[in-house]
Design a binder for this molecule. Structure first.
Ligand code: IPM
Ligand code: MN
Length: 316
């Protein structure tokens, strides 16, 4: 019996990078069946939902999802909910794993993926002059994300950095920090340190080789993972895995890039690296390593099809 995997192109360059990943997967001839599903802003405009029920059913009946990109409007659009945020929530994908590699830099950002400032608890006062966002931090979510980070670090260089801002956010970050230090006690073989998020941002730029695994709350992880991507070749090389309770979702960190969509120039490597994370998750470890090495060692020529072919040749 093979695996069923759902591919969702989504918006913009998603329609170019997902087929590229499909070609790479097909070249490996693995027992994996690909099914395609729709989601994204264009789907919302056509069908009134960014993540229609039939898409959700297909995802539920698969072993993993590879997601391209979705356009996220800067301003509120009535009825629109980002499909990627919906998927994370629907499947309780509480860990967002974001590796960044280049030369001596080899780090993994473990971002909490369900709460913090992404709790959808924003209010505006009646006169419209005050807006408030609630930052929800729970002990349960903090413990499980730190547990995941510790397990990851044990398989790597055994170094963990806990990132927070507990000097200012005494309650929310304070709770996260306390939970984190309690969990790391169960991992005596780890070297653990902590950093305030601002100082972490500076250190990431100055001495990125010093980091192994970082664990942090949702928005800090969102921002620091873009920073890490910028240090290691840009968003073209930044993959991610959303894992947790339900069907895992793998996606490039980049967005739909409407400015370059449709020209055949998008860099497919972040999606191909995300496919590598997906295959590793399904247990195809050897093939995942081959894809990962091929993608990291291939330059993007500026042409999606050419880069994809070069990666397929580099698979050996
Ligand atoms: C990411 C993206 C998403 C996020 C957006 C598109 C909702 O920036 O995956 O990092 O903020 O999580
Ligand atoms: Mn982001």
């Amino acid at each position: 019996m093979g695996f069923a995997v759902t591919f969702i192109s989504g918006d913009g360059i998603g329609a170019e990078v997902i087929p590229a990943a499909q070609q790479v997967l097909e070249a490996l001839r693995l027992p994996v069946d690909i099914q395609h599903a729709e989601a994204g802003f264009a789907t919302f405009e056509q069908r009134g939902s960014a993540l229609p029920d039939d898409t959700l059913r297909l995802c539920e009946n698969s072993s993993a999802v590879l997601f391209g990109a979705t356009q996220s409007p800067m301003a509120k659009v009535a009825g629109y909910n980002s499909p990627i945020l919906q998927l994370r929530r629907h499947f309780d994908l509480y860990a967002n794993l974001r590796p960044a590699r280049r030369g001596d830099i080899d780090m993994l950002i473990v971002r909490e993926n369900t709460e913090g400032l992404y709790s959808h608890r924003e209010h505006v006062s009646e006169d419209g002059r005050t807006a408030i966002a609630e930052r929800v931090i729970t002990e349960k979510a903090s413990r499980r994300i730190v547990q995941t980070a510790c397990e990851m670090a044990m398989k790597r260089r055994r170094k963990l950095t806990i990132v927070h801002k507990a000097n200012v956010l005494k309650e929310t970050c304070g709770l996260f920090r306390e939970a984190a230090f309690d969990v790391v006690n169960q991992f005596p073989d780890l070297t653990v340190d902590e950093m305030l998020v601002d100082s972490c941002a500076m250190r990431l730029v100055m001495t990125p080789e010093g980091f192994d695994v970082l664990v942090t709350t949702n928005l800090f992880g969102d921002i620091l993972s873009d920073l890490a991507a910028g240090l290691t070749g840009g968003l073209g090389l930044a993959p991610s895995a959303n894992v947790g309770t339900g069907v895992p979702v793998f996606e490039p960190v980049h967005g739909s890039a409407p400015d370059i969509a449709g020209h055949g120039i998008a860099d497919p490597r972040a999606t191909i690296l995300s496919l590598g994370l997906l295959l590793n998750h399904l247990g195809f470890v050897e093939q995942a390593t081959r894809i990962t090495e091929a993608a990291y060692h291939t330059e993007h020529t500026g042409n999606t099809a050419q880069t994809t072919q070069a990666i397929i040749r580099a698979l050996g």
